[in-house]
Ligand binder design. Structure first.
Ligand code: CUA
Length: 361
């Protein structure tokens, strides 16, 4: 390829990528878990309507400007051995008035719906009797309290299909931000303040959420899930969460207590009286799909990995297992030998804890 032609191929490649994006945007499928442009609730749709309007307007401007530019490049290019400058023009009042007014009109066209959308989002929920959930961001997990049901859970929110959910979002340590990209706009979780966010989930399924304000070393590992169920299944879930645990599980409670886990985690109650313990409430942890704030599937192998060495899974996690001094994978037994601290949880104890937690449903 000649040196002259190389930049042309670069431009052609850029245009090809842009063209694919243009085609993909309106007609594509939601390939990404956490995408804002495939909204699933009233709240997210409203944001998307503004976004789409701005997208199409700016696309039209882009095509118009680039089209005129390309037209001018070809129409007024130097031909043959032409060397004289073309006729020079300075100032054109009509044109200047036009593009000043056109810009003002365009800004207004985009401003009014944006302002209306902000008012819509900041206002009260559109339906009476929303399901209220109090959200507390913590380093690095999410605590959820359902006042109507007097129910505490962590990292996984279960809601009924079709009922507006009103979140009261706060934090207990540093600033976090609560965000389910396909369901609604972000709301900062600020210590000492409570901010509302509502949306009405209409589609069944599991949707991913993410802390979106840098909050320390494991910020990127502060995830959550929302599970939208039909009303009857939601009622069953609430009843299960409120039910006393399996008496057979009690056998494992002694190990849980003796290992120090009860200093931060509650496994016997999940009502208001046990809100804001240091760690997530674990009373019904076996009913959750994920552990460690949405980063591991809730399987016995992953529970063992997590309890054995939390620091390996989530740097700076507050879970103070002695094995935290280990930096690599492996059982605490092997880890203890490596770092010679000698007082971490023996492998057999971890197995007993995993068995106990797996029964909490
Ligand atoms: Cu919590 Cu970032």
């Amino acid at each position: 390829m000649s040196e002259k032609r190389a930049p042309l191929f670069g431009f052609a490649a850029i245009f090809a990528v842009l063209a694919v994006l243009w085609i993909w945007y309106p007609f594509g499928t939601p390939l990404l878990f956490q995408s804002t442009i495939f909204p699933l609730t009233d709240n997210a749709e409203r944001t998307q309507s503004v976004y789409a309007m701005v997208y199409w307007i700016t696309l039209a401007i882009f095509l118009g400007v680039e089209g005129l530019l390309i037209f001018a490049l070809f129409r007024f290019r130097a031909r043959g051995d032409e060397t004289a400058l073309p006729k020079q023009t300075h100032g054109h009042t009509a044109l200047e008035v036009f593009w000043t007014l056109a810009t003002v009109v365009l800004v207004l066209v985009m401003y009014v719906p944006s302002f209306q959308a902000i008012r819509f989002h900041q206002g009260p929920p559109p339906t009476p009797n929303p399901l209220v959930i109090d959200v507390t961001g913590r380093q690095w997990f999410w605590e959820f309290y359902y006042p109507e049901q007097d129910l505490t859970t962590a990292n996984e929110i279960v809601v009924p299909q079709g009922r507006t959910v009103l979140f009261h979002v706060t934090a207990s340590d540093v600033i976090h931000s609560f965000w389910f990209p396909r369901l609604g706009g972000k709301r900062d979780a600020v210590p000492g303040r409570t901010q509302p966010l509502w949306f009405t989930p209409t589609e069944l399924g599991n949707f991913h959420g993410q802390c979106t304000e840098y909050c320390g070393s494991s910020h990127a590992l502060m995830k959550m899930e929302i599970v939208v169920k039909p009303q009857a299944e939601f009622d069953t879930w609430v009843a299960q969460q409120k039910a006393p645990g399996d008496p057979a599980a009690m056998a494992g409670f002694g190990v849980f207590a003796a290992s120090g886990c009860i200093a931060c985690h509650m496994t016997m109650q999940n009502d208001k009286s046990v809100l804001h313990m240091n760690g997530p409430n674990l009373m019904k942890v076996a009913t959750r799909a994920k552990i460690a704030a949405g980063i591991l599937d809730n399987t016995p192998a992953n529970l063992k990995l997590w309890i054995s060495n939390p620091q390996h899974v989530k740097p700076d996690a507050k879970m103070n297992v002695p094995a935290m001094q280990c930096t690599g994978p492996g059982t605490p037994d092997a880890c203890c030998r490596d770092v010679q601290i000698g007082n971490c949880l023996p492998d057999a104890t971890v197995d007993q804890l995993v068995a106990y937690l797996s029964m909490l449903k």
